[in-house]
Ligand binder design. Structure first.
Ligand code: FAE
Length: 548
């Protein structure tokens, strides 16, 4: 824990009890002989793409956090494993020499089959800020449901390609509240440290934070929060802060300092293709089939499961449909992907005996976005990687953990932006619509109100103390709250409800769930460390018992 003593900084601590020293100790004591991938290793790239009629011991649907953990631990245990991923493998540079585009000049690489960008901050001064793009298998999906849209990463590495890299271990007391069937001591003693180590989590040098231009926006938001009586915490990240310092010194190509985040980072970020998946590929037992969408899973006559999939090209044309067989299938398509797939397979009679809890208990991690019109300069140069949060989780009137988010517009805007994570009790349900053959999300637009109420208490107080006001021009015309989109979908196939206590789907031996759908709608912090650690726990148990 770091306790700061400079004016306005004394309340800032390292979040989650895994400071740099704790992280290193955890690495050494819990990982033992496991080989950590070199950060400089080549990214995992597609190999041995599945062919129709193939048979594999294990097939993993999706290559995000849950899928990547399973892929590494299975291949390390000697089990050939096939990962099937609907997005592309982001390994080939475009005509500009870059793999990903930045947020200031989004092109076809930005969005998953859209003809216009759909930015979370979609307006500026009340005018629409989105741009025309070509339809393409881009990195960020804005998946529209009736009342909300859910942002998700598409590609080998899932959400790790597009997210802000904030690597936050939740408070143990809250973890115990949301997942009471899980041994929390084991999680905090073994699996959270293991996840943080393999993800390559690191922390910013506080001295550099205090002096660099690119975190002026965070220092300004810290001061106004502290002045209003709210504590702030440093948050670890998977972006390499050493690399970021070199960017700042103009010694390496810029990424976080070049407005690259939600459409991918060309440098600096330890996304899963460079950590878990690269290590799994190095075993020689991993195959990855990108641009393949799993559409069907059903028991195979001779045992195991048939898995149907559609292969597309980057323009979206179907180039093949394939059926393979697998002894075991791990659903790791994310909270939305896994829930949609399982709900539709149950409704269509392909996996009819799935529990009724499949598709239920979905939540948005209490997400709501908001901005203040500040009085202090926030800086024309902003790091796209957040590294600080306002921690008001202990407030019994409405817990809030608010990420101090960048607004990397490349010019001074005086905007203080936040993604607030709140304790919203409302839960949605995925429902199969037999008339369209699609799965919808039953989520009422008014269900974000508890999140707004909690965040409003904090930011009203900050505005009042600072003499500032909300921006009402960024999420629509005269709209203060960005409450119609989600960065952190969780639940839909909750542990110990829709699955057993380790992600096994009852009634179907060899079928597992291994992603954010296991977590019941809320983690109280940014979720990928929790998803990773839970997957580490579950796959260890499954390997020891089901593969013994
Ligand atoms: P996920 O990473 O979404 O992986 C699922 C994969 O399955 C994806 O690659 C899909 O393309 C693929 N897939 C889906 N359906 C199919 C199918 N039918 N067939 C084949 N493949 C399929 O799931 N979290 C943090 O902790 N810190 C942050 O700073 C942070 N920032 C974020 C910023 C943005 C813009 C977004 C969108 C998310 C952010 N998140 C952050 C959330 C985080 O990325 C998310 O919780 C995890 O990625 C979820 O991990 P899963 O393994 O559940």
């Amino acid at each position: 824990m770091r306790h700061r003593n400079a004016t306005g900084q004394r309340r800032t601590q390292q979040y989650g009890g895994l400071g740099r020293r704790g992280f290193l100790i955890g690495t050494a004591s819990t990982l033992g002989a496991l080989a950590l991938p070199s950060w400089t290793a080549r990214a995992a790239s597609p190999s041995q793409v599945l062919a129709a009629g193939d048979h594999v011991p294990v097939l993993i649907v999706g290559s995000g956090y849950g899928g990547s953990v399973a892929a590494l631990r299975l291949t390390q245990a000697g089990i050939p494993t096939a990962v099937v991923e609907m997005g592309q493998s982001w390994t080939t540079p475009g005509s500009d020499g870059k793999i990903f585009c930045n947020m200031l000049n989004p092109d076809q690489r930005s969005y998953w089959f859209r003809t216009e960008t759909d930015q979370p901050v979609g307006y500026f001064l009340g005018f629409p800020a989105n741009k025309s793009i070509s339809s393409y298998a881009g990195a960020l999906d804005s998946e529209q449901f009736a009342t909300t849209r859910v942002y998700q990463g598409r590609g080998v590495g899932g959400g790790s390609l597009v997210n802000g890299g904030m690597a936050v271990t939740p408070k143990q007391s809250y973890f115990e509240e949301i997942l009471p069937s899980v041994d929390a001591a084991e999680m905090y003693g073994t699996y959270f440290p293991r996840a943080n180590a393999q993800l390559g989590v690191n922390s910013i040098d506080p001295a550099w934070f205090e002096s660099c231009d690119c975190y002026q926006y965070a220092r300004v938001s810290r001061k106004t929060a502290n002045d209003a009586g709210y504590g702030t915490v440093f948050v670890p990240n998977v972006y390499d802060f050493g690399y970021m310092e070199q960017e700042d010194a103009n010694q390496v190509p810029r990424s976080a300092l070049a407005s690259e985040v939600i459409y991918g980072n060309n440098h600096g970020k330890k996304s899963l293709d460079k950590t878990y998946l690269a290590a799994a590929a190095a075993t020689g037992r991993l195959s990855i089939s990108p641009l393949h969408t799993v559409t069907d899973v059903a028991p195979a006559p001779g045992g195991g499961y048939t898995v149907g999939m559609t292969q597309i090209d980057t323009a979206g044309n179907v180039v093949a449909t394939k059926t393979v067989t697998a002894d075991r299938v791990i659903f790791a398509a994310g909270s939305v992907g896994t829930s949609k797939l399982l709900v539709s397979l149950k409704a269509k009679g392909r996996l009819p005996d799935l529990p009724d809890a499949v598709g239920t208990a979905w939540g948005n991690n209490g997400n709501v976005m908001v901005a203040r019109a500040g009085l202090d300069l926030t800086g024309a140069l902003q790091s796209g990687m957040p590294t600080m949060g306002i921690d008001n989780w202990a407030d019994p009137n409405g817990p809030v953990f608010a990420e101090i988010a960048p607004f990397p517009a490349g010019t001074e805007t005086w905007i203080n932006l936040y993604l607030a994570i709140t304790k919203n009790p409302n839960r949605g349900t995925f429902v199969f619509d037999s008339s369209t053959g699609k799965v919808g999300l039953n989520w009422d637009a008014s269900w974000t109100q508890p999140s707004i109420d909690a965040a409003k208490r904090v930011f009203d107080a900050i505005n009042s103390k600072a003499g500032t006001v909300y921006r009402s021009d960024l999420f629509g015309v005269n709209r203060i709250w960005g409450d119609d989109f989600v960065y952190h979908p969780l639940g839909g196939c909750v542990l110990d409800q829709a699955t057993d206590n380790h992600g096994r789907l009852p009634g179907y031996p060899g079928l597992y769930v291994m992603d954010g759908s296991l977590i019941p709608g809320s983690t109280g912090v940014n979720p990928f460390v929790t998803i990773t650690a839970l997957a580490e726990r579950n796959i260890e148990k499954i390997l020891a018992t089901d593969f013994a």
